[in-house]
Design a protein around this ligand. Structure first.
Ligand code: ADP
Length: 671
């Protein structure tokens, strides 16, 4: 029956205790999770704050470097017309692959580095060549259709002006070749065009002699069916057109490239085709700038600005400074921005632990030019109006992952710590629960014990009262009856006094007070006396208690006769109590060298092997089995064990269920 502690049963207390521990553990886990999340959020916030800060710094730096570039253009634009070209050429040297500088004059555009601008928005007008020297030849050619005569005339003219006036010579060669062609002398015409081509940039009509001649050669080669040579020459011509070899207007450029493309055919890849979109986009930028300037010139004297355009799918950044007389402009692709705007920031970026992205107004990324597939990271965006720059900035943290890694390391440490705490709490809970359940068990045993002791007392007390009443009322008719009553009275008192002695022993042992008076004791005499007394006790119940002795009969032991007697008595008492149907008990004494062994053997119910150890613990009683309805306190064997151990000996038990038990007291013998 469970004990009651007033408001809760022990089981409830245990459950409450375990529940509290569980709640504590869950609380710890929740706290850990919250802390981890907070840490993460705080880190992310810190990184964002840093990014905001970095973004402002970076924007300021870019504004500064842009201002320097603008300053440079302004200075150039203020130079006099004769000095500006050299200065612009010089400036263009450091611009990199995809940028160029232009100088706009009212009638012409010059671009640096040379050859980078594919076509020009405006060209200096070539000085007019009078057609006078060619008049006679052309009369022959167009009026008389005397091509041979005309050819002879132009041939002479060309020779006459060799090394003299290149323009007249070029005009003469062009006409010579035309007439040779008309005369059907195609191969000769081919050679004449070659001579014309060798004149280089001299203009014939409005175009460079070389371009006109090489174009005509291709035309002739096609007519002659010399396709291999045609292919070669056409490709070289195309490459030169792409390389900006001649200063052409847009229409001339488009006209020539379209023709040459026909000859090459789409199947032939162009060696320089990679550069083309960049060059085309820069040329388109130049066109846009020129058109813009033409408008500005009509309205105001100052012209300046910056903008981004997209042409041929390439972004171009345009920056210009000047007046209505002269403008210096920069057209630049993403590589320029990367090299001149972002690269100088490198040490700043490294210090701040960030990288930067430049995008145009539509969000197209300009820099970095190579796409990097970065992992997800914290970043901030600055729009064009935020930065007062022609670009949007996205500043991305490069340290974010490292910071996150730190957070997770901290998290791991935290969880390890919490795990350890949880383990401690769980272990504490386990041990406390165990101790508690033991206490509960002891409490139960004690309450059983009180009930058992009361019961043990009741039996002898009842018979005491009955027999005393009989004697007092003088109801014993015969002397034999009276003797029987007195004997019963003696048994009951002895039983009571044994019980009290046992309880006192127990009390002493519990209080850790021994109080035994040990003196040399004749062992056989002592054992015989205890057995004799016990025989008297069980006389009426028909038990046969046998006594045997082997070895020295004089052997002495150092003992408290009364205490040791109670121990042997308890064994005998148990032997009777658990004898079942058997009525025989044997007590054997054996002195064997330095040992005295006193064993009590019964043929009763025996003890299951798994109970053999526990029965020596206080309050522990064997499991109720067949024939085991015997009352008891569970103290007997505990006392035997304690008394014998105090005497420097030990108790042993051998038992088989249903066959009986042998309890042996083993004690040291005195020399
Ligand atoms: P109690 O006899 O009052 O129950 P003990 O400490 O004397 O207490 O004995 C403990 C238990 O050991 C008993 O309850 C019983 O189950 C078992 N026991 C002791 N002696 C014997 C015996 N001779 N035969 C069988 N069982 C025994």
């Amino acid at each position: 029956m469970p004990m009651s502690f007033g408001f809760h049963s022990p089981r409830q207390i245990l459950v409450l205790f375990l529940g509290t521990t569980l709640v504590l553990l869950v609380g710890l886990g929740w706290f850990g999770l919250r802390s981890f999340e907070r840490d993460r959020a705080v880190t992310a916030q810190r990184v964002r704050d840093q990014l905001d800060n970095s973004a402002d710094l970076i924007a300021a730096e870019i504004r500064q470097s842009l201002a320097e570039t603008e300053e440079r253009l302004t200075r150039l634009s203020l130079l006099p017309a004769d000095a500006v070209q050299d200065a612009a050429r010089e400036y263009a040297k450091g611009l990199g692959q995809d940028a160029l500088v232009m100088v706009f004059e009212p009638e012409a555009v010059r671009a640096y580095p040379a050859g980078r601008l594919l076509y020009f928005p405006a060209l200096a007008v070539a000085e007019d060549l009078s057609t006078q020297p060619f008049a006679a030849g052309e009369m022959l050619e167009f009026r008389s259709r005397d091509y041979a005569g005309a050819a002879a005339y132009f041939g002479d003219l060309a020779r006459a002006y060799e090394g003299n006036d290149e323009m007249i010579r070029a005009g003469a060669l062009l006409r010579l070749a035309r007439n040779q062609r008309k005369a059907g002398e195609l191969n000769v015409a081919l050679l004449t065009y070659q001579k014309l081509a060798d004149l280089g940039s001299v203009t014939v009509g409005e175009w460079p002699a070389e371009l006109v001649a090489r174009h005509a050669r291709c035309d002739l080669l096609q007519q002659l069916g010399r396709s291999t040579e045609l292919d070669l020459e056409a490709q070289r011509l195309m490459a030169d057109l792409h390389a900006g070899r001649w200063e052409l207007t847009r229409s001339a450029y488009l006209h020539f490239t379209a023709e040459v493309k026909e000859w090459i055919g789409a199947a032939v890849p162009l060696a320089s085709s990679n550069a083309t979109p960049v060059a085309l986009s820069l040329a388109a930028g130049a066109d846009a700038l020129w058109a813009n300037w033409q408008q500005d010139r009509r309205t105001q004297s100052l012209s300046s600005g910056r903008t981004n355009i997209v042409s041929h799918e390439r972004p171009v950044f345009l920056l210009w400074r000047g007046t209505s007389d002269q403008v210096v402009a920069l057209a630049a692709g993403p590589k320029f921005l990367e090299g001149h705007i972002v690269a100088p920031l490198r040490s700043l970026l490294e210090r701040q632990g960030v990288s930067v992205l430049l995008a145009d107004g539509e969000g197209r990324t300009l820099v970095p030019t190579a796409t990097t597939t970065g992992a997800e990271s914290e970043s901030v965006l600055r729009t064009i109006s935020d930065t007062r720059l022609p670009w949007m900035l996205r500043v991305v943290s490069t340290d974010f992952e490292a910071d996150l890694a730190q957070v997770s390391t901290r998290g791991r440490l935290l969880f390890a710590g919490l795990g350890f705490l949880a383990l401690l709490a769980a272990a504490g809970a386990y041990f406390s629960a165990r101790a508690m359940s033991r206490e509960i068990e002891v409490a139960r045993l004690q309450s059983d014990f009180v009930a058992a002791v009361s019961h043990e007392f009741r039996t002898p007390l009842t018979s005491l009262r009955q027999f005393t009443d009989l004697l007092a009322d003088d109801r014993a008719s015969t002397a034999a009856d009276r003797e029987r009553y007195y004997a019963a009275l003696r048994r009951s008192t002895r039983r009571l006094s044994h019980l009290v002695e046992n309880l006192l022993d127990f009390g002493r042992i519990e209080a850790d007070v021994q109080g035994f008076i040990r003196e040399p004791l004749r062992s056989k005499e002592w054992a015989e006396r205890v057995v004799a007394e016990f025989r008297q006790e069980v006389d009426e119940t028909g038990y046969d208690i046998q006594f045997e002795w082997t070895g020295s009969e004089e052997a002495l032991i150092q003992a408290d006769a009364a205490a040791l007697g109670r121990a042997l008595w308890n064994l005998l008492d148990n032997a009777v109590k658990y004898s079942g149907a058997s009525r025989t008990i044997t007590v054997k004494g054996e002195v064997n060298g330095k040992q005295l062994i006193v064993s009590v053997r019964d043929w009763g119910i025996g003890i299951p092997a798994d109970e053999l150890r526990q029965i020596f613990q206080k309050f522990v009683r064997g499991s109720p089995r067949l024939g085991h309805s015997v009352k008891g306190t569970g103290l007997g064997l505990a006392l035997v064990d304690e008394i014998v151990r105090t005497h420097g000996g030990e108790v042993k038990v051998e038992s088989t269920v249903d066959e009986g038990s042998t309890f042996s007291l083993i004690l040291p013998v005195l020399e």
